[in-house]
Design a protein around this ligand. Structure first.
Ligand SMILES: [Zn+2]
Ligand SMILES: [Zn+2]
Length: 309
C-alpha cells in the first residue's frame, strides 16, 4: 500500500564493494537503501547498490510511460565518502531528460571563501579527471540541496521533494512524508547525516557511519525514540573494536552498540547495516546471532531484503 513504507536494501556494504563467492548471501554492493512511500522513490545513499535500482526505474518507466510521464526520485546522502556516492555517476536516470532528481546532503569542509555545498561536491566527483561526463552535462532535471541544522525535506504526493529550511524537528503536516535530520560528528572527518522519515505515525531512522559512545549515543537514542525501524551501522565485531588492532575512532559501530541504541530508544526493529568488506557471509550470520541475544527483533541487512512497515 502506498501509505506503507517499503524498504529495500540495494547495497549493504561499507568501504568498498565486495563481489565474490564468500559474499553471495549478504551481497557485495556498497550502501544504498530504497524507500517507497506515497508515490515517492527515496534513496538513502548512492553507493553501488543504486546502479541496479536505476536500471529498474528506467525499465519500469518505459513499461508505464503513459502513466508515469517522468521518473522522480529523491536521494538523501549521509556523507560523501566514496562508498556512499560512487554509484551516482552510473545511476541511469541521471542521464535522462525524463528524470527529475532531488539530491540532498551535507556541506563539506572547505577553506573560507571556497564552495562547500552539495552541488559543488557532486561536480567535483564527476570532474573530468575522475569521470568522462561532467555532472552538469547529465540530462536529468536536478535540484540539489545542502542541508543545514534543522532543515527538513517534505515529500507530498505528486510533487517533487521540498527543501524546508530551519524548521523545528516536529511538524504537523499530516499529508506529507517529513524527513528530519541531524549531523552526527562521530565519523571522520566531516560527520554523517542521520535521517528520519515519518509518515502516518510510522518512522524509519537511517544511522550509518556513526560510532557508538559509552552508555549509548544519547543524541541518536533521543532522535530514534519509538521508531518502527532503525537501520544502524554495525561494521565491526567487538574483537575488532577492542582488540590490539583496534578500530576505535574509525567512525563505525559494533552490533552491540546498535543494540544498545535500539533498546534505549525502544525501536520496534533493528537492522544491522554497513557490513565490513572483510566479513564473509558466515561471519555476518554470526554477528546477527549475537545481536539477537541483545535485541531480539534484529535482522541483518542483506541485498534484496524488503521490509514493509
Ligand atoms: Zn561508509
Ligand atoms: Zn564514511
Amino acid at each position: 500500500m502506498a501509505h506503507d513504507f517499503t524498504i529495500t536494501f540495494k547495497g549493504v556494504r561499507g568501504s568498498i564493494p565486495v563481489p565474490g563467492p564468500t559474499t553471495l548471501r549478504v551481497g557485495g554492493n556498497s550502501s544504498c537503501v530504497q524507500v517507497n512511500v506515497l508515490d515517492h522513490t527515496v534513496f538513502l545513499d548512492a553507493g553501488t547498490g543504486i546502479v541496479n535500482a536505476g536500471k529498474d526505474l528506467v525499465k519500469n518507466f518505459f513499461a508505464n510511460k503513459e502513466k508515469l510521464k517522468q521518473i522522480r526520485a529523491t536521494i538523501l546522502i549521509s556523507h560523501t565518502h566514496h562508498d556512499h556516492v560512487m554509484g551516482l555517476p552510473f545511476f541511469a536516470p541521471l542521464f535522462m531528460s525524463d528524470a527529475a532528481l532531488s539530491i540532498f546532503g551535507p556541506s563539506c569542509y572547505a577553506p573560507i571563501g571556497q564552495p562547500n555545498d552539495m552541488k559543488y561536491i557532486l561536480q567535483m566527483m564527476m570532474d573530468q579527471m575522475f569521470f568522462p561526463v561532467d555532472f552538469d552535462e547529465t540530462g536529468s532535471i536536478k535540484r540539489i540541496g545542502t542541508l543545514q541544522t534543522n532543515d527538513q525535506v517534505w515529500l507530498a504526493e505528486g510533487q517533487d521533494a521540498e527543501h524546508v529550511r530551519g524548521q523545528a524537528t516536529k511538524t504537523t503536516a499530516k499529508d506529507k512524508v517529513i524527513v528530519t535530520q541531524y549531523r552526527a560528528y562521530n565519523h571522520p572527518k566531516n560527520g554523517s547525516v542521520v535521517y528520519k522519515l515519518q509518515y502516518a505515525g510510522k518512522s524509519i531512522v537511517y544511522a550509518t557511519d556513526i560510532e557508538g559512545y559509552a552508555e549509548g549515543d544519547r543524541r541518536l537514542i533521543n532522535f530514534a525514540k519509538g521508531a518502527d525501524l532503525l537501520i544502524h551501522d554495525a561494521q565491526y565485531t567487538e574483537e575488532q573494536y577492542t582488540g590490539p588492532m583496534t578500530t576505535q575512532g574509525y567512525g563505525h559501530s559494533t552490533p552491540e552498540m546498535a543494540c544498545k541504541v535500539a533498546q534505549e530508544a525502544g525501536v520496534k526493529q533493528l537492522v544491522l547495516y554497513h557490513h565490513d568488506p572483510n566479513h564473509d557471509d558466515d561471519m555476518i550470520a554470526k554477528k546477527e546471532e549475537g545481536a539477537k541475544k541483545l535485541f531480539a527483533n534484529t535482522v541483518t541487512a542483506v541485498e534484496g531484503l524488503t521490509l514493509t512497515i
